[in-house]
Design a binder for this molecule. Structure first.
Ligand code: DC
Length: 231
């Protein structure tokens, strides 16, 4: 038996990345934030002046883009060619355009193989929107994180203000709702819980509490001893 892959899906701001990161640390697993791949591609699209709604042009860039994720002290770095874009992909302009890029079937196809490759040895906590449904349908444990839109907007506002961005709660709430709609309504791999995912509402809960709950679920499926289903 090999090490499990754990899929964590949910809408923007539900706490996926923070939870997945801490969970991976606790388990000694690798954390792959798949939104970062879509964000890195979006950064490239914007830098090249390509229209994010143009499927052919964005798909071409997704083929050429050399996006890599490398483990580094304190987390995972995102590289575009060899440039460290870990911070640049969090800029609001990227957030505003990433759903447009992520809706293209051909873009998703290219990033799908990259994501599967990253998880091919097991021992990965992968977070995104379609991990349990499309990317890793055989993951040993699937969690679908949710939180109210208001709570998610408050979390994003805090995060962005800490990074020095001047943002208002109202604008963030509107942008989160717009992104929810785009992600849930796109034709390919829409945001949806897998039928075998465990729903977990993080509203009012801190990261430690959520991680403990997930570790409890992992123990219940026998995941501490490894997974035979996903490898
Ligand atoms: O989790 P995030 O906010 O960094 O994700 C950025 C965007 O990427 C989000 O709008 C949806 C898209 N995405 C996706 O379509 N599929 C994934 N597996 C991960 C992210």
């Amino acid at each position: 038996m090999g090490r499990c892959n754990i899929a964590i899906d949910g809408p923007a701001g539900a706490g996926k990345s923070s939870v997945a990161k801490m969970l991976a640390q606790r388990l000694g697993y690798l954390h792959i934030d798949t939104g970062a791949l879509y964000r890195a591609l979006t950064l490239l699209v914007l830098r090249k002046g390509v229209d994010p709604t143009d499927e052919a042009a964005t798909a071409k860039l997704s083929q050429e883009a050399q996006i890599r994720m490398v483990s580094s002290y304190g987390g995972v770095k995102v590289l575009l060619k060899e440039e460290d874009v870990t911070d640049a992909i969090r800029e609001p302009v990227v957030s505003e355009n990433v759903s447009l890029v992520a809706q293209h079937p051909r873009v998703r196809e290219h990033l799908l193989s990259l994501q599967r490759q990253l998880a091919s040895n097991g021992g990965v906590v992968m977070d995104g929107r379609d991990i349990g449904t499309v990317v890793l349908p055989d993951a040993g444990l699937k969690i679908f994180l949710t939180a109210s839109a208001e709570e998610r907007a408050r979390r994003r506002m805090k995060e962005l203000r800490n990074q020095g961005h001047k943002v208002t709660y109202k604008d963030i709430l509107l942008s989160i709702r717009a992104r929810d709609n785009l992600d849930a309504e796109r034709l390919v791999a829409p945001l949806r819980a897998a039928t075998d995912a465990i729903p977990l509402d993080t509203t009012g809960k801190d990261i430690d509490t959520v991680v403990e709950e997930i570790l409890g679920y992992l123990s219940a499926v026998g995941g501490f001893d490894g997974c035979s289903t996903n490898l």
